[in-house]
Design a protein around this ligand. Structure first.
Ligand code: BGC
Length: 520
């Protein structure tokens, strides 16, 4: 492998010395870039299939334990809180303490995502994952052993920090090791682990309903996957793209050699080399405070951050966190039925994500998001109508069931599209040197939006009624539809270089010289 590394290092060095930015600009090589439809149409035998590549599958599986932690910990608290109240009378008598215990993980995740972007760029994806695992395990231990509610809150903050860092790192790590033709599916596997983790946490909540004192196990158990990931991650390589960016070319080639056959490997390395050379020039100028000085980055962040905000403001977590309450609002008063229905919602969510994994690299990100939003709008209107009819007094069991149908349709449409698409697009739309920081900022947008929606849904429903609240969310979904149509480009199958080119074209038109003239 070292021999191979040396060979490519030579290519890299000679290329770096003689490179002429215009002649090797991706603008001139669109049809021969690995992963682009042009390249793989010419060499279909070089396509990588995830199922026939245990190395890629293994890396993805380990990295997406981060998704499992994300899902389990956002889901488990609603059930655990019931038992925490039994053990700590102070919590039972204070809504403020209850809300704080629930929401502090989200607050921690906001900070974790923001700092996580920087950690990713500075120390690499592997170290970022390991740091998240350490913080996460510490948080799980603190929660399980908490002698009072305040220590418990500290544990929730720590776990939130870990979740925040993992929410930025796992998609970026997976995207950077993925062949471009299956990148969407692999990044969406992390989203499957989020939805699977939520399902698991609801199952745990149900399983422990009758056992007192179990909240310590429910919360502490989440440290186990973190410990497992910590040790597995020690054995895994750093992201090849990050290594290249740090000029550790031999190590990068050694990783890539496990993913591609020799013919494609040569092309991938040649391409990375070209890009690295372009980056060499750019990197000299990079300061974090300069991030938004580049028009391309502004456009990319608008698309990425906008998708994350719309993912949350189209209401997914009103459904994930409040589905039992919504079911009860619709007239079903049994607790068991409400919990059972919320388990079904979580199961549907995970199943729909599997469909998303298939569709994201076939239909593409844009079509999938638009299709998803179309269905979400229709389902929200059904939900709104069922509540309008209930509150106008003509409601009956029929409208209750209509509300349940609306919920089921909502999740069936949301889960394959607006669940995985924002995470996938954010893992691939930013240039290498900004991928951590911009991915971190957009994940922060996601967590802040999540907090706003989670904190306001019930009060808004109290103030204006449940029907109008769902209509407001439907209106936001219409805005999201228009937003995707106008601002989100199709990135299916494109290499990272092609994505950069795409932003250049959007920012400066098809004449690359315009950019250098204007920027200079
Ligand atoms: C979102 C989470 C949400 C989950 C629902 C994820 O893509 O980011 O906020 O709870 O999907 O399954």
């Amino acid at each position: 492998m070292v021999g191979l590394g040396n060979k490519f290092d030579e290519i890299f060095r000679s290329h770096c010395e003689s490179v002429d930015l215009v002649s090797v600009s991706p603008l001139t090589m669109t049809n021969s870039i690995p992963g682009s439809s042009g390249y793989l149409d010419m060499y279909p035998e070089r396509k990588v299939s995830a199922f026939r590549n245990p190395y890629v599958m293994g890396l993805t599986a380990v990295a997406s334990i981060g998704g499992l932690l994300f899902g389990y910990d956002t889901g488990v608290i609603s059930g655990a809180l019931l038992y925490i109240k039994d053990d700590f009378p102070a919590v039972k008598h204070s809504h403020f303490l209850q809300e704080t215990i629930v929401s502090m993980a989200g607050a921690g995740a906001i900070v974790g995502a923001a700092v996580g972007g920087w950690i990713n760029d500075a120390f690499g994806r592997k170290k970022a994952t390991i740091i998240a695992d350490v913080i996460f395990t510490l948080g799980a231990i603190v929660m399980a052993a908490a002698p009072d509610p305040y220590v418990l809150i500290l544990g929730r903050v720590l776990v939130g920090l870990g979740v925040g860092i993992a929410s930025v790192t796992a998609p970026v790590y997976i995207a950077e090791l993925s062949p471009s033709e299956i990148r969407g599916a692999l990044v969406s596997t992390n989203v499957l682990m989020i939805t699977g983790g939520q399902f698991l946490s609801y199952l745990t909540n149900l399983a422990f309903t009758q056992v007192p004192g179990t909240w310590r196990w429910m919360l502490g158990a989440s440290g186990v996957p973190a410990v497992v990931q910590f040790f597995l991650m020690l054995l895994l390589p750093e992201s090849p793209r990050w290594l290249f960016m740090k000029n550790r070319n031999e190590e990068a080639v050694a990783v890539l050699a496990n993913i591609y056959d020799i013919a494609r490997l040569e092309d991938e390395v040649a391409l990375l080399t070209t890009q690295s050379e372009n980056d060499c020039h750019k990197r000299k100028d990079i300061r974090y405070r300069d991030v938004f000085k580049s028009k391309e980055i502004r456009l990319a962040f608008l698309a990425g951050g906008g998708l994350q905000a719309f993912q949350q403001f189209t209401g997914i977590n009103t459904v994930m966190y409040y589905s039992p309450t919504i079911v009860q609002m619709a007239g079903f008063h049994s607790n068991e039925l409400a919990i059972l229905l919320s388990l079904i919602v979580a199961g549907l969510n995970a199943t729909g994500t599997v469909l998303g994994i298939y569709l994201i690299d076939h239909a593409g990100r844009r079509k999938l998001a638009l299709f998803s939003l179309g269905g979400v709008i229709a389902s929200l209107i059904i939900l709104a109508l069922s509540f309008f009819n209930q509150s106008s007094g003509s409601g009956s069991g029929l409208y209750g069931w209509l509300a349940v149908l609306g919920l089921a349709l909502y999740i069936a449409f949301f889960s394959p599209g607006m669940g995985p698409v924002p995470w996938t697009v954010n893992s691939e739309v930013y240039p290498e040197e900004y991928r951590g920081i911009c991915g971190g900022m957009s994940a922060t947008v996601n967590w802040v939006s999540n907090l706003i929606v989670a904190q306001s849904f019930l009060s808004v429903a109290d103030a204006v009624g449940t029907g109008p609240t769902f209509l407001i969310i439907a209106f936001i979904a219409v805005l999201a539809f228009v937003f995707v149509l106008v601002y989100v480009p199709e990135t299916k199958g494109l290499t990272f270089d092609e994505v950069e080119l795409l932003w250049k074209e959007r920012a400066w038109g098809i004449n690359p010289d315009a950019q250098s003239l204007l920027e200079n």
